[in-house]
Structure formats: C-alpha cells, structure tokens
Write a protein that binds this ligand. Structure first.
Ligand SMILES: [Zn+2]
Length: 277
C-alpha cells in the first residue's frame, strides 16, 4: 500500500525526472539539422580509410597568411553578414585574426573574437578550405552558441541539482541530517548536470556551425567540394598526435557525412537556412 509519505516522494521524483528532460529537450542549436544516414556514414568512413598518408604542412610567410585571410574575408564577408542578419540571433560584428599558433585549430570567443591559427593556413590546399574554417567560426558567433552554451550549462546545473536534490531528499527523509544530505546531493548534482549539459550541446552546435559554414560558402559562390577536402584532411589527421589537432572540434567520418548531407540540402534549397528548432 502506498502511504502518503511514499506518494509525496514519488511525486517529487517524477517532477525531477520531468525536469531532467529539459537537458535533452533543447540541443543548443538554432536550426533543425539533417540526421546522418548510415549510408552516408559508411561512405565517409570508406573514403577516410582510403586516404594514403597524412596531410602535409607547407610553410608560408606571415604576409601570405595575412593576404590569404584578407582575400577569404573579401569573398565570404558579404554572405556571412547576410546569413547572420537573417538569423538575427547572434553576434554579427566579428574581430577575425590570424594567430601565430601553429596548431591546426580555430576558435570563436566572446565579443565576436575569432582566431584562426596558423596551422589552418599551413595545411589548407586552397582558399575554399580556409573559408570553410572561418565561416564555421562565424557560424558559432551568428548562432550565439557561446551565450547559449553558457545558458545551457546553467540550466543543466539547475536540473541536475533538482534531480539529485530530490533523490537526496527521498533517501534522507526522516533522517536528522536531512537538510545537510539534500544540500550535498544538490552540490554533486550541479556538477553532473553542468557537465552533461555542456557536452550534449556542443556536438549539435558543431554540426550547426558546419551547416552555416556551408550556407555562407554556397551563397558566396565558393566551391563546396573543394572546401570539403579539409574535412577529409582533418579526419585522416585526427588521432595523429604530431599535428596537435583539434581538441575542441570533432573530426572524423561523422563530420564528413554530416557535411555531405548539409550540402545536399543546401543545394536543393538554393542556400536557404534550415527550419528553426
Ligand atoms: Zn566549432
């Protein structure tokens, strides 16, 4: 028989679990993104596995780096600006800089800061590939991922606290130190929730940044297939320690497969943004 006390506990727990659904309910992306099909994934995997040798770095001068970035920005600037204003949700004033750091990486920071590390220039075969990386970081800014990620982590922490706090309350009910146990559980829950929230969102956000990058390049009239080569490069280079690669970005066949599906969709819609979540 379910006593009153037991019933109350169950209500509290199910409320907490409903709250936990919030963590998974929102992806942190602005748009609905295509799902990766198994076929696309196995094609991408086969392609990456068939590449011989690892990507080659070529040395370039500082002037070349700056000239290339200038040229890339001239080519994609107008369409990037257009996409950002159309989305009307993120940061559209960017401070884009090349850094001397030779790692193969780039990042988007608060206040529209975008850093393209030198390794990107040294490994790229053409401007399209660099444009893809720059437009990817612009995508993070345009979709306000930094701010959303922060919000999500706060939400994740809150939900985690509610969830484990309720468990703590249920377990410790009637115990003399009940309040203390609950508070401890809440603290532990906050850590778990924040972690789960942050991880879950960033993967979707990475996919969205790639999608937006493809839209920007498409609208700018750049060759998306040339740009794609960089993802193949990243996929073959990932796992090789020497390149000091991409701790902050997913690289691999999934990313390539997602790019292919995005490009198919973008070509079919003539460069439209996908539906919002
Ligand atoms: Zn990214």
């Amino acid at each position: 028989m379910l006593g009153y006390r037991q019933f109350r506990r169950n209500v509290r727990l199910s409320l907490a679990l409903a709250g936990a659904g919030l963590v998974c309910g929102c992806s942190g992306a602005v748009h609905q993104l295509p799902q990766i099909s198994k076929d696309n994934l196995s094609l991408a995997l086969a392609e990456v596995q068939s590449v011989d040798g690892r990507p080659q770095r070529h040395t370039i001068s500082d002037d070349e780096v700056l000239d290339t970035l200038d040229s890339v920005l001239r080519r994609i600037g107008p369409s990037a600006d257009q996409v950002c204003r159309e989305m009307n949700t993120g940061v559209c004033d960017w401070d884009i800089r090349a850094s001397a750091d030779r790692r193969l990486n780039a990042n988007a920071r608060p206040n529209g800061r975008i850093e393209i590390k030198r390794g990107i220039f040294e490994y790229a075969d053409n401007q399209e590939q660099i444009a893809m990386v720059v437009a990817h970081e612009i995508g993070h800014q345009a979709a306000n991922h930094l701010e959303r990620n922060h919000r999500n982590q706060v939400t994740g922490r809150l939900v985690g606290a509610i969830l484990l706090g309720a468990v703590g309350a249920a377990v410790s009910h009637g115990h003399r130190d009940s309040a203390f146990v609950t508070r401890t559980a809440m603290n532990a829950g906050a850590g778990v929730g924040g972690y789960v929230g942050g991880i879950a969102y960033s993967k979707e956000q990475e996919r969205e940044a790639d999608y937006l990058s493809a839209v920007i390049l498409y609208r700018a009239g750049l060759d998306l297939d040339k740009a794609r080569g960089f993802l193949v490069k990243l996929a073959t280079a990932s796992g090789q320690k020497e390149t000091g690669l991409l701790d902050s970005h997913p690289a691999g066949p999934e990313r390539l497969a997602a790019w292919d599906q995005a490009v198919r969709e973008i070509r079919a819609s003539n460069g439209r943004l996908p539906q919002r979540q």
